[in-house]
Design a protein around this ligand. Structure first.
Ligand SMILES: *Cc1c(COP(=O)(O)O)cnc(C)c1O
Length: 403
């Protein structure tokens, strides 16, 4: 880590207190702009807020993204409170409760993304009771996901969406509910991919299933939502995703989509890729000890705030996130340290055999790529420690991200 960034993070830790997450809004904005530009504006950009639903972040991203994807009634409430128009919000998720669907219908949500026949039946009766016609998209689960995705939600028995082979029958059923207006299709079948060719191959699969579905529906879709699957380089040995390369590989499929569906809005739905790199988790070393030849730092933060950095959020292997001791200038490693948290479980470990120039009491450790799937994806209640601070840096301003 360069010296300027190191000093900046140390100053933030001293000022804001640890443990805390710091999110840099400029970096999120820059990433959104980069995604837009990489595809020549071909895609609307929608943000899946489960990646980071901090209220201040959501408010300040208004205008930067074209839409919001929520996956619960709670997220719907957050998106509306942050000032997003209901029409710009989509609601996905395999197990939406009737109360959540009713709230979405009452709010005038832009689309409910249907994931099962039973859900369609419940939504239809709610729309009928409310006296409205609800705009819907059908989520399709393709029969395959290319290799290279860290987590897959298709190509096997899954809770998500309608299997592509069942789409024609599903669409025939849908016609029986005039309260539901089919506006298009949605697919999101894998994520955390850092391979440009695999991302493009996945979109080509989406294009194929969308074309088949549009044929079965007998109508041109207004909107096609492509779950982006674009990953974040969490570990030292990973290369950040090159958006230019994705664009090169995806050019044929984009041209195909444009030719087939000239009037449809194409939306890229993504979460971690927009916010993941823009956040850092800061913790302070409370105690150190030497145990059987290993020097261990016990920090004030740990997996209760950051399950992903402990290798327990969809990761196959527990590998360290990129981390640095920001209390000391970068230099040759003096050891391979272990970084543990304060909880009474050996799971509370954020670093194994970490090469650092130093590890001593009071040092501040920064864990990079921590802007997505942090506190809201972690067991924050475990052991009743206080929650992590969450701060949003917007230019010279630092505001509490949680309010
Ligand atoms: C979680 C989710 C996303 C975002 O996933 P990332 O890996 O953060 O990009 C997008 N769409 C749907 C439907 C999701 O459930």
């Amino acid at each position: 880590m360069n010296d300027d960034r190191r000093r900046r993070l140390l100053a933030l830790a001293d000022r804001l207190g640890t443990p805390c997450f710091v999110y840099f809004l400029d970096e999120v904005r820059a990433r959104i702009a980069a995604v837009r530009q990489a595809f020549g504006g071909a895609f609307a950009i929608t943000y899946a807020i489960k990646a980071n639903p901090a209220p201040a972040l959501l408010r300040r991203l208004r205008g930067a993204v074209d839409g919001i994807d929520v996956s619960s009634g709670g997220e719907l409430t957050r998106a509306l409170a942050a000032g997003y128009p209901a029409a710009a919000i989509h609601f996905t998720g395999p197990g939406k409760r009737a109360g959540e669907l009713a709230a979405a219908v009452a709010a005038g949500i832009g689309a409910v993304v249907l994931e099962s026949r039973e859900e369609a039946a419940v939504l239809a009766s709610l729309a009928r009771a409310a006296g409205v016609q609800q705009r819907v998209l059908v989520r399709i689960a393709p029969d395959r996901v290319p290799a290279g995705f860290g987590d897959t939600m298709s190509g096997k028995p899954v809770a998500f969406g309608i299997d592509e082979e069942d789409v024609p029958a599903f669409l025939a059923d849908l016609r029986r509910w005039p309260e539901l207006r089919l506006a298009g299709f949605h697919a999101y079948s894998g994520t955390q991919c850092l391979k440009p060719d695999a991302i493009a191959a996945n979109w080509a699969i989406f294009a194929r299933v969308f074309a088949a579905a549009a044929g079965a529906a007998g109508a041109a879709p207004e909107q096609l939502v492509l779950g982006a699957g674009m990953g974040v380089a969490y570990h030292d040995d990973q290369r950040p995703l090159d958006l230019g390369e994705v664009a090169v590989h995806a050019a044929p499929v984009l041209a195909d989509l444009r030719a087939r569906f000239p009037r449809a809005q194409l939306a890229l739905e993504t979460g971690r890729h927009l916010v993941g790199d823009a956040g850092v988790y800061l913790l302070r070393v409370l105690r150190t000890k030497d145990s059987r030849g290993v020097r261990i730092g016990i920090g004030d933060g740990g997996f209760r705030h950051h399950l992903a950095a402990a290798g327990m959020f969809g990761m196959v292997l527990k590998r360290n996130f990129r981390l640095a001791n920001v209390s000391v200038a970068d230099g040759p490693a003096t050891g391979a340290f272990q970084l543990s948290g304060p909880l009474c479980t050996s799971l509370d470990m954020l670093g194994r055999a970490v090469p650092l120039p130093r590890l001593q009491q009071g040092d501040v450790i920064a864990i990079e790529a921590s802007g997505a799937y942090g506190p809201t994806a972690s067991p924050t209640a475990f052991l009743s420690h206080p929650p992590a601070g969450e701060w949003l840096v917007d230019g010279e301003q630092v505001v509490d991200a949680r309010t």
